[in-house]
Design a protein around this ligand. Structure first.
Ligand SMILES: Nc1ncnc2c1ncn2[C@@H]1O[C@H](COP(=O)(O)OP(=O)(O)OP(=O)(O)O)[C@@H](O)[C@H]1O
Ligand SMILES: [Mg+2]
Length: 319
């Protein structure tokens, strides 16, 4: 289960949202989280649950857009044995499973009107019937909902019940898209790089300047999920010490090409003094065709010292 500290951000708007979320977490206020796909709605919902007094209770998520209309009622409220063909045993629904915890109604904007009416009733009375059941069942549930649709517009078009809208949005938390949080892009990229290096046992030192510039300029229509997946793939496929532009699969033909010079510059930023010395001595030797007197004079060191360095860094003249 996620916690607030798992939400990586330095964006002032998101920090404000987290502040509000922390304040209302303890209460049973219904929260509606809006934002484009991949902005972290699920993450925020589970963080609110974790820090509420229901944190040790269940966090049950229902993806309202993924369940066909014909199944949603039995999914939410459960069913009694024999309620319909195939109901061979009694099954609890999500409301019942979420008792003393949180029910996360994910993509609530896709729920049809008749289910909206039932949900409203359950929220108000805290009781419901399983499909085919006679006994009312009580469930003490906190509701958090999310949508990437414009619910206000849906209300105006009579596709979403206004009374349910106000019931689920006692507080509205809107997560802006990643492209409007420029400070978060590099922070998240570095965070995912570190996390996936740990997961995959890799020792990648960083992201090259050109690759990072590209990451910063990309629009990120899939938001944080897209950034996370791209860094994950780049780390998994990478056998080098840096992430280069060519490792970023979102690159298009319009992206800038990474020149050799730029690659070298980015590379040097992550090297130790000894590594830089080794590379530089090797370059100068190559430049002088391995004429050691000439190389020593360019490097302004004695020939014996150059010999010691060649030995120390195991440099060899290419055949
Ligand atoms: N601020 C953040 N810090 C770290 N990880 C994040 C952050 N925001 C989102 N993520 C990660 O990005 C991925 C997508 O987040 P999440 O599933 O919460 O998005 P969503 O808004 O619910 O997307 P959808 O609308 O598609 O359901 C997850 O792996 C989540 O952990
Ligand atoms: Mg989600």
């Amino acid at each position: 289960m996620a916690e607030f500290k798992d939400i990586i951000t330095q964006d002032t708007h998101i920090l404000k949202i987290i502040n509000v979320a922390k304040k209302i977490a303890a209460s049973d206020i219904s929260v509606l989280i809006t934002g484009e796909s991949g902005t972290g709605k699920n993450l925020l919902a589970s963080a609110i649950h974790s820090s509420s007094h229901r944190g040790s209770g269940p966090f049950i998520s229902v993806n309202c857009s993924a369940i066909p209309d014909s199944l949603i009622e039995s999914e939410l409220f459960g069913y009694e044995k024999g309620a319909f063909t195939g109901a061979v045993s009694t099954r609890k629904g999500k409301f019942e499973m979420a008792h003393e915890g949180t029910l996360f109604l994910d993509e609530i904007g896709d729920m049809n009107i008749s289910v909206q009416t039932k949900i409203l009733q359950v929220i108000e009375t805290k009781t419901f019937h399983r499909v085919g059941g006679e006994q009312p069942i009580y469930a003490d549930v906190r509701i958090i909902s999310s949508t990437n649709k414009d619910l206000v517009r849906k209300v105006q078009k009579d596709e979403f019940r206004m009374d349910l809208y106000y019931r689920i949005r006692e507080i509205l938390l809107h997560i802006p898209p990643l492209r409007e949080r420029p400070g978060d892009i590099s922070l998240l990229a570095q965070h995912f790089l570190k996390a996936f290096c740990k997961d995959f046992g890799k020792k990648i030192k960083g992201i090259s300047n050109v690759a990072m510039n590209y990451i910063l300029k990309h629009e990120w229509p899939g938001n944080i999920r897209e950034l996370r997946n791209i860094i994950r793939t780049a780390v998994a496929l990478n056998d080098k010490d840096m992430i280069w532009l060519e490792d970023i699969p979102v690159r298009t033909e319009f992206a800038p090409q990474e020149s050799e010079e730029a690659r070298e510059t980015s590379r040097f930023e992550s090297l130790s003094l000894m590594e830089v010395e080794k590379i530089h001595i090797e370059r100068v030797l190559r430049f002088c065709g391995w004429n050691k007197s000439k190389a020593a004079s360019i490097l302004k060191i004695s020939r014996p010292r150059l010999h010691r360095k060649i030995k120390e860094y195991s440099l060899r003249e290419p055949k």
